[in-house]
Design a protein around this ligand. Structure first.
Ligand SMILES: Nc1nc2c(c(=O)[nH]1)N[C@H]1C(S)=C(S)[C@@H](COP(=O)(O)OP(=O)(O)OC[C@H]3O[C@@H](n4cnc5c(=O)[nH]c(N)nc54)[C@H](O)[C@@H]3O)O[C@H]1N2
Ligand SMILES: Nc1nc2c(c(=O)[nH]1)N[C@H]1C(S)=C(S)[C@@H](COP(=O)(O)OP(=O)(O)OC[C@H]3O[C@@H](n4cnc5c(=O)[nH]c(N)nc54)[C@H](O)[C@@H]3O)O[C@H]1N2
Ligand code: SF4
Ligand SMILES: [Mo]
Length: 750
C-alpha cells in the first residue's frame, strides 16, 4: 500500500507534534466527592515505587503515598507524582483509528481488528509466516509480555518477536546468564546500605533511579565509600568519595585495569575463586597488560585514582558494583558487564549480605518483561528457545505440536533493518516508539514508510503510530490487572484501578480478539489476566525464572515476592546464589574473558568530539507520556547539549546559544548548556524528543555482537555555533515557548 512520505494525518495534526499539556492539578478540579484508593505501582521506571491512586467515578484523579510499601516507603520522584495525569488526558485514544485518504478516522473495533487480521494473513500467505514481526515492550505487565510472545509464535506463527528491552537490558542479561545462569539482579536493594564500598559505573542514579539514591545515602551513613565512574559528574557523583571521569566507550579498559591492580597486589579472594568459580586463569592473563598507566591513557582516568578504586574495592569485606546503560549501551556492552562480574568474582563479592553486583533495570517492567518470552531468543521462565527440552515443555503448555514452535528470530534493531531491506513487510507493535528510540532515526523513518501493513496498540498517538495503518486504542498500566517485577527482582502487583476510557480496550483483550480473528482463538481463551497468570506459572515451572509459586494473593500478603518461587509455600528468593552457588548445573560462577576493541563510530579529525546520550529526571524514554504532562515539560522543555566551558570557549559558544551538532549520519540544532560537570572532550544530549529535536538522528546502528544493543553512549561528532534558532523552534508556537493547548477537554471528547 502506498504511504505518503510525510504521514501527518488529520488527527495527527490535532494530537501532535504539538502535544497537549496537562495543567498543574490535573484536568479537573480536585473532586470533593468521596474517592477510593488503589494500592499499586508507578508506571514509569524499574524502581516500581508503591503508590496509591485516588479513584473517583472510574477516573484516576490523584494519588497518595503508600508508606507501608517497603521499597520506597512513600517516597516518589518528580515523574511518580505526576503519573496519575494520564488516565484522563485529552490526548488519550478513545477509539481505534483507521488510515484513510484524508488521514486517520475513528473506526469500530470490528472494522479495525478484521482489517488487521486480514492484512497480516494476506502478507503471510504471499511472503511467508516470517514476513510479519511483532514488537513488544517492557512497560507491559508480565502477563501482557507473556501474551505477546505467545501471540507472535502461536497466533501468527512468526519467529520475529522482540521488544524495546533490546535497547535497554540485554547487555546485562547476556553477561549475567553465562556467568551465573540467571538474568536478574543477584541481590535485593536492602543489601546496598550494608556495603563498605559501592562502585557505581555508567548509572545516573539521582535522575534515573531516584529512589535508589536513598539506599546509597544509607550506605554512606553507615560509613560506606562511594566510587562513581561516568563522563559526567552526575548529581550523585557530586557526593562521591572518588570520581573516575571515564572517557565514553572506554569502561572495559578501566574495569580490566581495576582487576589488574587487584591481582597484582594480591587482593583477590583465592578461596572463593577456587571453590565457586571457573575460568579464572584466562581472565587473569587477559588483564595482565592493563596496568594503570596504560589504562589511564585509554580512559582519561588518572592512574592514582585507578589504584585507589581497586584497593578500596579489593580490600573491602563487602563491596557492591552497580551499573546501568552507561556501560551497557556500547558495542562492547556485554563485555563491560562481564568485566564488572569478573571483578566481583575475583574479590569474592557475590551471594553474601552487602556484597554483589547488579544491573539497575530501567523500564517499569524491565525485569518481568525479559523473563517470559517476548524476546526473540527466549521462552517463558527465562528458557532458551534453542533448548529442545524447553521447547517441548512450553509447546505442551500451549497445546501445540513442538514442530510448530518457531525458532529464534531477529532482534529489535535487526527487525527494523529487515523491514528496510523489504524482507519483513508487516509489523504489529505495542508499547514501543521506535521512531524516537531506535538509533539513526532517519533510517527508522525510511523503514516505517516501506511497511505494507503496520498496526500499533497504544493509548497515545506516538510519533511512530503516525505511520500506522491502524492504531488500536489500548490501556494504561492502571487499567488492567497484572504483575510486574522491579529492578531488585521483586514481583509486584499492578492493580486495576479503572476501566480504559471511551472505547479504548485492555491490551490483552485486543491481542486475544485479534488471535480469534486469525483463527487461533482456542489458544487464547482467557477471561481474565488471572487465567493468563495461571498458564504463565505452568509455562515457567521448572525454568530459571520459576513463577509457579507466585499468585496475586501472595504478592499482596508479602508486599512482593522475589523469584524464583517454585512452590506455593515457597517464600521467594531475595538474594540469589547464597553462599556462591550459581544457577549452572555445576554450581560454579564463570569468569568471562573480555577483549578491548574500538567503538563503532570512532572519533577522528572530522568528528573529534564524543557524543553521549541519555536522560533527564523529568522526562521518560521516548517522551510520549511525560511530554504530555505540563509540569514535567516545564522542568526541561527541550533537549539541550551539555558542553564543558573549555570546549564552549574554543567554539565561541555561550550558555543558551544555538549549537549544531553533526555526526556521520545527520545534524540537529539545540541550545547550549555550559556546565563544568562534563568531560571537556564530550557532549551530552538527552533523547526524549522526536523529529528535529531527536538525539537519535545523530546516533549509529552499530550493535553489540552478542546482545544486539545499539551503541547509544558513544558517537563521534563535531559542533558549531548556529546562526540562529532552528526551524523547529521558530515554528513551534505563537509565543515561542509553549505549544498550543487543545481547547476541548476530556469530557467533551468522550
Ligand atoms: N528520569 C528518567 N528515569 C529513567 C528513565 C528515563 O527515561 N527518565 N528511563 C528508565 C530506563 S528505561 C533506563 S534504561 C534507565 C537508564 O538509567 P541510566 O543508565 O542511569 O541513564 P542514562 O542517562 O541512559 O545513562 C547513565 C549515565 O551513563 C553516562 N555515560 C555515558 N557514556 C558513558 C560511558 O561510556 N561510560 C560510562 N561509565 N558512563 C557513561 C551518562 O553520563 C549518564 O550519566 O533509567 C530509567 N529511569
Ligand atoms: N539515544 C538514545 N536512545 C535510546 C536510549 C538512550 O539512552 N539514548 N535509551 C534506550 C532505552 S534504555 C530504552 S528502554 C528505549 C525506550 O524506547 P521506547 O520503548 O520506544 O520508549 P517508550 O517511551 O517506552 O515507548 C513506549 C510506547 O508505548 C506506550 N506504552 C507505554 N505503556 C504501555 C502499555 O502498557 N500498553 C501499551 N499498549 N502501550 C504502552 C507509550 O505510550 C509509548 O508510546 O529507548 C532507547 N533509546
Ligand atoms: S523512581 Fe521510578 S518508579 Fe519511583 S516514582 Fe520515580 S519514575 Fe516512578
Ligand atoms: Mo531502558
Amino acid at each position: 500500500m502506498a504511504k505518503p512520505t510525510v504521514p501527518i494525518q488529520a488527527l495527527a495534526q490535532q494530537y501532535g507534534p504539538h502535544l497537549n499539556y496537562a495543567p498543574a492539578g490535573g484536568w479537573r478540579a480536585e473532586s470533593t466527592h468521596p474517592y477510593s484508593l488503589t494500592k499499586t505501582h508507578c508506571c514509569f521506571c524499574g524502581q516500581q515505587c508503591g503508590i496509591q491512586l485516588k479513584v473517583h467515578d472510574n477516573q484516576v484523579i490523584g494519588f497518595e503515598p503508600w508508606e507501608e510499601f517497603p521499597f520506597n516507603r512513600g517516597m516518589l520522584c518528580p515523574k511518580g507524582v505526576k503519573r496519575y495525569l494520564q488516565n484522563n488526558h485529552p490526548d488519550r485514544l478513545l477509539d481505534p483509528l483507521l488510515r484513510s485518504e484524508q488521514g486517520f478516522r475513528k473506526a469500530t473495533w470490528d472494522e479495525t481488528l478484521d482489517f488487521t487480521a486480514r492484512r497480516l494473513r494476506e502478507i503471510q500467505e504471499r511472503y511467508g509466516k516470517d514476513a510479519v514481526a511483532v514488537y513488544g515492550g517492557a512497560s507491559l505487565s508480565t502477563e501482557k509480555s507473556y501474551l505477546v510472545g505467545k501471540f507472535a509464535r502461536v497466533g501468527l506463527g512468526t519467529r520475529h518477536v522482540d521488544y524495546n528491552g533490546r535497547l535497554c537490558m540485554v547487555s546485562a542479561g547476556h553477561a549475567y546468564k553465562p556467568a551465573f545462569g540467571v538474568d536478574r539482579s543477584p541481590m535485593p536493594w536492602s543489601d546496598i546500605p550494608k556495603a563498605q564500598v559501592l562502585l557505581i559505573i555508567g548509572a545516573n542514579i539521582g535522575e534515573c533511579a531516584p529512589i535508589t539514591t536513598d539506599y546509597v545515602w544509607r550506605c554512606r551513613d553507615n560509613g560506606g565509600k562511594l566510587i562513581i565512574a561516568d563522563p559526567r559528574i552526575t548529581p550523585i557523583a557530586r557526593n562521591a568519595d572518588l570520581y573516575l571521569p571515564v572517557r565514553p566507550g572506554t569502561d572495559l579498559a578501566l574495569l580490566m585495569g581495576l582487576l589488574h591492580v587487584v591481582l597484582r597486589d594480591g587482593l583477590e579472594n583465592r578461596q572463593f575463586i577456587s571453590e565457586h568459580t571457573s575460568g579464572f586463569e584466562a581472565v587473569a592473563e587477559a588483564v595482565q597488560p592493563y596496568n594503570p598507566q596504560k589504562v589511564a591513557e585509554m580512559t582519561g582516568v588518572p592512574p592514582q585514582s585507578i589504584e585507589k578504586a581497586a584497593h578500596w574495592f579489593g580490600e573491602a569485606e563487602r563491596a557492591i558494583a552497580l551499573h546501568a546503560r552507561g556501560i551497557e549501551h556500547q558495542s562492547k556492552g556485554v563485555e563491560n558487564c562481564a568485566a564488572v562480574i569478573n571483578l566481583c568474582l575475583a574479590t569474592g563479592n557475590i551471594g553474601r549480605e552487602g556484597a554483589g553486583c547488579a544491573m539497575i533495570t530501567g523500564q517499569g517492567n524491565g525485569q518481568g518483561g525479559r523473563e517470559h518470552g517476548q524476546k526473540c531468543d527466549q521462552l517463558p521462565g527465562q528458557r532458551s528457545i534453542d533448548d529442545p527440552e524447553a521447547r517441548r515443555h512450553v509447546a505442551s503448555v500451549w497445546g501445540i505440536p513442538v514442530e510448530e514452535m518457531p525458532q529464534k528470530g531477529l532482534t529489535a534493531v535487526e527487525i527494523m533493518e529487515a523491514i528496510h531491506r523489504g524482507e519483513i513487510k508487516g509489523l504489529l507493535s505495542l508499547c514501543f516508539n521506535p521512531l524516537v528510540s531506535l538509533p539513526d532515526a532517519n533510517f527508522t523513518r525510511e523503514a516505517l514508510e516501506k511497511l505494507e501493513f503496520f498496526g500499533v496498540i497504544d493509548f497515545f498517538l506516538s510519533e511512530t503510530a503516525q505511520f500506522a495503518d491502524v492504531v488500536l486504542a489500548g490501556s494504561l498500566q492502571e487499567e488492567e490487572e497484572g504483575l510486574g517485577c522491579s529492578a531488585e527482582g521483586r514481583v509486584i502487583h499492578i492493580r486495576k484501578a479503572v476501566d480504559p476510557p471511551g472505547n479504548a480496550r485492555q491490551d490483552c483483550n485486543i491481542l486475544c480478539d485479534l488471535a480469534r480473528r486469525l483463527g487461533k482463538g482456542k489458544y487464547f481463551p482467557y477471561e481474565s489476566t488471572a487465567e493468563i497468570l495461571d498458564e504463565l506459572r505452568e509455562a515457567s515451572r521448572g525454568g530459571i525464572a520459576d513463577y509457579y509459586g507466585i499468585t496475586y494473593d501472595k504478592v499482596d500478603r508479602q508486599m512482593g515476592v522475589f523469584w524464583p518461587c517454585p512452590t506455593l509455600d515457597h517464600p521467594g528468593t531475595p538474594r540469589l546464589m547464597e553462599g556462591g552457588r550459581s544457577f549452572h548445573p555445576d554450581g560454579k560462577c564463570r569468569f568471562m574473558v573480555t577483549e578491548w576493541r574500538e567503538s563503532g563510530d570512532p572519533v577522528a579529525k572530522d568528528f573529534p568530539i564524543y557524543l553521549t546520550t541519555g536522560r533527564v529526571v523529568s522526562q521518560y524514554l521516548s517522551g510520549t507520556q511525560t511530554r504530555r504532562i505540563g509540569e514535567l515539560v516545564d522542568q526541561y522543555p527541550d533537549p539541550r547539549v551539555e558542553i564543558h566551558p573549555r570546549m564552549a570557549t574554543a567554539h565561541g559558544i555561550n550558555e543558551g546559544d544555538w549549537v549544531t551538532v553533526t555526526t556521520r549520519r545527520s545534524e540537529i540544532t539545540v541550545q547550549a548548556m555550559v556546565v563544568k560537570t562534563i568531560r571537556p572532550d564530550t557532549v551530552f544530549i538527552p533523547y526524549h524528543w522526536p523529529g528535529e529535536r531527536s538525539a537519535n538522528r545523530l546516533t549509529h546502528r552499530t550493535l553489540d555482537p552478542h546482545s544486539k544493543i545499539p551503541e547509544y553512549k558513544v558517537s563521534a561528532c563535531r559542533i558549531r555555533k548556529a546562526d540562529g534558532p532552528p526551524q523547529w523552534w521558530l515554528t513551534r508556537s505563537v509565543n515561542g515557548a509553549q505549544p498550543p493547548v487543545l481547547q476541548a477537554n476530556a469530557k467533551e471528547r468522550r
